[in-house]
Ligand binder design. Structure first.
Ligand SMILES: CC[C@@H](C(=O)O)C(=O)SCCNC(=O)CCNC(=O)[C@H](O)C(C)(C)COP(=O)(O)OP(=O)(O)OC[C@H]1O[C@@H](n2cnc3c(N)ncnc32)[C@H](O)[C@@H]1OP(=O)(O)O
Ligand code: CO
Length: 132
């Protein structure tokens, strides 16, 4: 069912510093910061030849990454995002398999439908699915 790796997300303690590491130290092309209030994050996308890195920083009081940053004050790898052809069918398949789909299908950073799957059901890794 899953296709390409769309992105790996990294929570950062300082968005400017994290962006500078990818842009200046590692020499990657980075986007401008994008605020996504519906997701409670600010994101910077790092473009790589074969995938993307999504730098994440909390936005607002109820950010889903606030607790992660409390537990990991230096930041760290937060989720992986795989592409799927049909997000509704993927959600139904995951539920039928007994996996926990977190919340509703939303529009993600690339203006495409996304959903999240509980890390405890996927080898300790939070999984995002994005409709290609
Ligand atoms: C930019 C938009 C979009 C895109 O288009 O790409 C994004 O990527 S937005 C990204 C942010 N959004 C989300 O993360 C939404 C989904 N997340 C959630 O629903 C919750 O954050 C969560 C994953 C259910 C965690 O719940 P929470 O209440 O925040 O934390 P807990 O500490 O209670 O976690 C329970 C349990 O799970 C472990 N955990 C939490 N986060 C992760 C993680 N990222 N990777 C691996 N494991 C994780 C946590 O340690 C707890 O384990 P125990 O301590 O063993 O109970
Ligand atoms: Co993501």
């Amino acid at each position: 069912m899953i296709g390409k790796l769309n992105h790996v997300a990294i929570v950062v303690a300082d968005l400017e510093a994290g962006t500078a590491i990818y842009r200046d130290t590692l020499g990657a092309k980075v986007s401008a910061p994008l605020e996504l209030p519906e997701h409670g994050v600010v994101t910077v996308f790092v473009e790589l030849p074969n995938t993307k890195i999504e730098l994440l920083y909390p936005l607002g009081e109820n950010s889903p990454i606030a607790k992660y940053l409390e537990k990991n004050p230096g930041g760290g790898v937060h989720h992986v995002c795989y592409e799927v052809d049909d997000i509704e069918a993927a959600a139904a398949k995951m539920q039928a398999a007994g996996a926990r789909v977190l919340g509703d299908i939303k529009i993600g950073a690339h203006n495409k439908p996304v959903l999240f799957l509980h890390p405890k059901d996927f080898c300790g890794t939070l999984v995002e699915l994005e409709q290609a």
